[in-house]
Ligand binder design. Structure first.
Ligand SMILES: [Zn+2]
Length: 366
């Protein structure tokens, strides 16, 4: 079955040495333990399990052998093979990141060609807000106009609020006076990284308004990420008041990644009609344990509320690992359920279809 990847980034096409490739197998920009590389991890094992066979080696080939083979084929051929093997029919690409390991990422038209997939754009909210030029009093209005323009042609917007201030968003938008005061401070500064809680709240509530009009979902980073994050502030349960307040707008809120708070996300998805839970990044990083983690998501999350993605970024290997580990792990979980008499073959097939593609097709009107 071809998958709808509801959250990913574009890919780089380059002959990488082992250090550069390994650096993209971790969310951390800090060095690994002495004498090891990021290949010494659940994700590293998953890369060595799923990728070498696609390049003509046996599974679990050593990293050095894999990289030598990758160079021998050339980055263009290796990338094409890895992306084709991922079997993605649609990719929703967050364009907030434009480079990785010193290489720029492919423009979306080229990504579509090499992946053999339909590619649609997801707009990064904070990037739009950081580019708004206006007076302090006019900031709110200019932000709204900029968002409306950016959303034309996009399939969703994405927030990295979790990184900037955390997910405890107040249940009502700030007043215009509060926004003007905060905007004055922001506009006086270097304007490199929007982290003011008032402006971030204004941004999210403006996104709710604009997305309600345009019929677009909002994706929110939740759970683990790079060391820039304060993990406890990325717990999606902190969004509860905001979720309740945004419910009447009808705008779907997609909780990305979620781990290790995937059980909180599952409860939110079960409780609120506007909440969906994504399993991307989590399945790749938990590797061989992904079947158990998916099982924990599906303890509470309704099957119509769980969305597949890879969150692949830069390395074509991450697309294949995200897709292959997901297929394998969900297959194991559902085989378990069937062996236990919990569901029929038809039920299992229906659940797989929903999570793999149908839920996203419905949500994003693909
Ligand atoms: Zn992402």
């Amino acid at each position: 079955m071809h998958l709808v990847d509801q959250h990913c980034h574009s890919v780089l096409v380059a002959d990488l040495d082992e250090d550069r490739l390994a650096a993209l197998l971790t969310e951390s920009d800090r060095p690994p333990a002495a004498g090891t590389t990021p290949f010494d991890s659940a994700l590293g094992l998953a890369v060595r399990r799923w990728c070498p066979p696609v390049l003509g080696l046996s599974a679990h080939a050593p990293a050095a052998e894999y990289i030598a083979r990758r160079r021998e084929l050339g980055a263009t051929e290796a990338t094409a093979r890895l992306l084709e093997a991922a079997g993605l029919s649609v990719c929703l690409v967050d364009t907030g990141l434009t480079a990785a390991a010193g290489h720029s990422l492919l423009p979306l038209t080229e990504l579509a060609a090499v992946a053999g997939a339909e590619v649609r754009e997801v707009i990064r909210l904070e990037s739009i807000a950081e580019r708004v030029t206006a007076t302090a009093e006019g900031w709110s209005r200019a932000l709204r106009a900029a968002l409306e323009t950016a959303c034309a042609g996009a399939v969703a917007v994405k927030s990295v609020l979790a990184y900037r201030h955390g997910l405890a968003v107040p249940p009502e938008p700030p007043t215009e006076a509060e926004v003007a005061r905060a905007a004055a401070g922001w506009l006086r500064g270097p304007r490199t990284r929007l982290a003011d809680p008032v402006l971030l709240a204004r941004l999210l509530w403006t996104a709710v308004d604009v997305c309600a009009g345009a019929g677009l979902p909002i994706q929110l980073h939740t759970g683990f990420g790079d060391p820039d994050l304060r993990l406890h502030r990325a717990d999606p349960a902190l969004l509860t008041d905001f979720i309740r307040a945004a419910e009447p707008s009808g705008v779907p809120l997609v909780l990305l990644h979620c781990y290790p708070y995937h059980r909180q996300a599952a409860w939110l998805a079960a409780s609120f009609p506007n909440v969906y839970a994504d399993i991307g990044l989590t399945v790749s990083y938990t590797g061989t344990r992904a079947a158990q983690v998916l099982g924990e998501v599906l303890e509470l999350a309704p099957f119509g509320k769980v969305l597949f993605s890879t969150d692949a970024y830069g390395l074509p290997e991450l697309y294949l690992v995200g897709a292959a580990q997901y297929r394998h792990s969900l297959g194991r979980l559902l085989a378990d359920w069937r062996a236990d008499g919990a569901c029929s073959a038809a039920d299992a097939a229906r659940i797989e279809r929903m999570v793999s593609a149908d839920n996203s097709r419905r949500l994003y009107r693909l």
